[in-house]
Write a protein that binds this ligand. Structure first.
Ligand SMILES: Cc1cc2nc3c(=O)[nH]c(=O)nc-3n(C[C@H](O)[C@H](O)[C@H](O)COP(=O)(O)O)c2cc1C
Length: 215
């Protein structure tokens, strides 16, 4: 399972980033290729001028395309998600998130703008094709404490909420993988059946030797 994190805070030491780091560390062993796109490290001019052909932008877009699961971390800024995250989401092709399981992770100064994830972020994810958007994990600044070495560390109740969300995420992603496998098998079967079906559809193409009579 390929899991990608997108870190949308402009801050180098980031509370929402600590939620993402926690989720990524808990997923070790499940994820075949846990990687993070730190949007603030992408070239600013390429982001703001929408330079799709910049090698680092192309690489980031390819990583999104290859992921089955996307964790999106953002701070709440001005009652919405960060503008930095939006500058990256705007570069994604239409349907970039179709078929992927998406888990939003966010932090805010208080719970006052918790609904920003529902009215601001989810519609954008949905416009990008995401249909499997899990309930976000949101923490206030008071629930992310300063840590000597880690920068920030979520409190135990936040850790428990992240774990619960990840369990749902793993179950859903596995279920999705199984349904994709079944769809691939079905497509393969249909592809093998198609020549015969086409022949039956047009009786003029039936070779005489293939005609079987039954009485
Ligand atoms: C420019 C700016 C705007 C903010 N706007 C909001 C807001 O509207 N609502 C809120 O709850 N917190 C707001 N905050 C607080 C941040 O969401 C909060 O500190 C968050 O945890 C920062 O996450 P980060 O460290 O990952 O950047 C704002 C902070 C900044 C710097």
């Amino acid at each position: 399972m390929k899991i990608l994190g997108i870190q949308g805070s402009p801050s180098a030491s980031s509370r929402s980033g600590s939620l993402l780091a926690l989720a990524q560390s808990r997923l070790q062993g499940v994820a075949s290729n846990a990687h993070v796109i730190t949007v603030r490290e992408l070239p600013a001019q390429a982001l703001l001028h929408a330079q799709f052909d910049h090698p680092l932008i192309r690489q980031a877009l390819a990583e999104v395309a290859q992921a089955q699961v996307v964790l999106i971390a953002t701070p709440i800024y001005k009652a919405a998600y960060s503008g930095l995250l939006k500058s990256f989401l705007d570069l994604l092709p239409q349907d970039a998130l179709r078929g992927k399981t998406v888990l939003p992770l966010a932090t805010g100064g208080s719970i006052a703008h918790l609904l920003a994830l529902d009215y601001a972020l989810k519609p954008v994810l949905s416009a990008l094709g995401a249909r499997d958007i899990l309930d976000p994990v949101f923490a206030t600044d008071a629930q992310i404490t300063q840590h000597e070495t880690l920068g920030y560390a979520p409190t135990p109740d936040v850790v428990a909420r992240v774990d619960a969300a990840l369990q749902i995420l793993i179950d859903r992603a596995e279920e999705f993988e199984r349904s994709e496998e079944a769809a691939r098998e079905r497509d393969g079967l249909l592809a093998r059946l198609q020549p015969k079906t086409a022949a039956i559809a047009d009786p003029k193409t039936w070779p005489a030797r293939d005609v079987r009579w039954s009485v």
